[in-house]
Design a protein around this ligand. Sequence first.
Ligand SMILES: Nc1ncnc2c1ncn2[C@@H]1O[C@H](COP(=O)(O)OP(=O)(O)OP(=O)(O)O)[C@@H](O)[C@H]1O
Ligand SMILES: [Mg+2]
Length: 436
Amino acid sequence: MGRCPACGEWDTLKEFAAPKAKASRAAAASVRAAVPRPLAEVEPLSEDRIPTGIAELDRVLGGGLVPGSLVLLGGEPGIGKSTLVLQALAHMASSRTALLVTGEESPAQVKVRAERLGPACGAIQVLPETHLESVIRVLEATPPGACAIDSVQTLASDAVDSAAGSPAQVRQVTAELVRVAKQHGTAMIIVGQVTKDGGLAGPRLLEHMVDAVISFEGDDVRAQRVLRALKNRFGSTNETGILEMRPEGLVSVEDPAAIYLAEAGERVGSCLFPAIEGSRAVLVERQALVGPTDIVPPRRVAGGIDRTRLAQVLAVLGRHAGVRLGDQDVFVSVAGGARAPDPAADLAIALAVSSAARGEPLPGPVAAMGEIGLTGALRPVGHAGRRMRITADHSVARLLSGPLGDVAPETPRPGAVHPSTELRDAIREAFRPVGG
Ligand SMILES: Nc1ncnc2c1ncn2[C@@H]1O[C@H](COP(=O)(O)OP(=O)(O)OP(=O)(O)O)[C@@H](O)[C@H]1O
Ligand SMILES: [Mg+2]
C-alpha cells in the first residue's frame, strides 16, 4: 500500500521481518541487571547554557542552547532560517567548535550569506553532506560543541528505503541525531521546512523526539519576524522573540511595542491593548471596521482573536451598552504580534468596535484592559501593574480599565486611569473629550 489508511501520509508503510523469538536461555543472558537508584543521587544535567548571541533567540530558548539537546527550528521558505542558524553558529564558534551541515546549499552559497553577515562566520566549519551515516561519523569522530543541520529534509539514511524528506526518513534522521547529540553533549539545531498548511514537515512524531520546537514566522503586516516556542523541555513556551531582517542579518528588536505603536493613534476603530507575552509586556493595537450590509447573518470576521469571544463581546455591546450591530458587518483584527487569547483584551475590542460603529476616534490615544462578563460588568485583569507600567512607558494619555484590584501604589501610571465597573460607563468615559 502506498498510502497509510490511518494518517493519510504516503510512503510511510515499511516492511519488517518478524523478529525470531530468541531461545529462552540466550534471552535470559541478554537481560541486564538494571538497578533503580534514588533521584537524589542522580547528577543533574549541566545547566551551562550556550548563548547564541541573538538576544531574542536566547529569550525563546530560555537562556541559550542546552548542551546535548536538540532544537527543531521550523519556518516557511525564505523566512530566514539559514540566516538565523548561521548567525548563531558564528557567535558560538568563538568559544567552541561550531559545525554547519548543509544539504540544501553548497559551501559557496553559504559563503555568500556569510559575507553579508560579517567576519565572525569565518570560524564555522562547513560540511556539505546529505548522507546521514557520513554526518554521524563526523559528529562521533570530532564531536562539535554546537551543530546545525540545514535542513533535516535533505538528509537520508541507508537504513530507510524511501526518498530524503519522506516521513520515515525524517524520523530516522532525527532519531539518530538525538542519539548522537545526547551521547556527546552537542547542542544541535535542526532546520525543518514547513508544509503548505503550516505544519512542520514530517510526522508529528518528530515534535515528540526533540527537546524544543521553535517556529519562525513572518508578521504579515511588517518586516518583523517572530520566534515562538511551541514546545520547550528547558524553558517556558510563553516567550516570543521579535527580529528584523536587515542587510547585515537578523537583528533583535528590543522594544517591539514601539513598532506596533508607530501607526496607531487617534484613528476610527483603533484602541491600544497592553498585552502580556511571557515575561514581557507589549502594547498592541486592536482594530475594528464596521459597515452596513445586506447579508443575513452579517459577517463577523476575527483576525488573530477567537470568533466566539468576538461574538460574545458584540452580544454584550448590543444588550448592555446600546451598540447594536445586527445589520452591520464587523471585522476585528490584532495588528502586530500578541496573538495569544487573553480575556483582558475584551474591553479594547469593545472600544475599537464602538469607535468604528460611531465613526469617531477615541480621543487619546487610549489603551484599555478589562474582561467583559455576560452581564455587562467589567472584571479585573491579571498583571494589571505590568500592563499599567507599559502603558505609562509609552506615554499613552489614558488607560480605561475594569476594577483595578491590587496594584502596588508605586507602579508608574499613565496620565489618566479610568477604572469602571460597567462596560457602559467605560465606553462613555472613553469618548469623553480629553480635559472635558
Ligand atoms: N541583502 C539582503 N538584505 C536584506 N535581506 C536579505 C538580503 N539577502 C537576503 N535577505 C533576506 O533573507 C531571506 C532569506 O533568508 P534565508 O536564506 O536564511 O531563509 P531560509 O528560511 O533559510 O530560506 P529557505 O527556505 O530557502 O532555506 C530572504 O527572503 C530575504 O528576505
Ligand atoms: Mg535555508
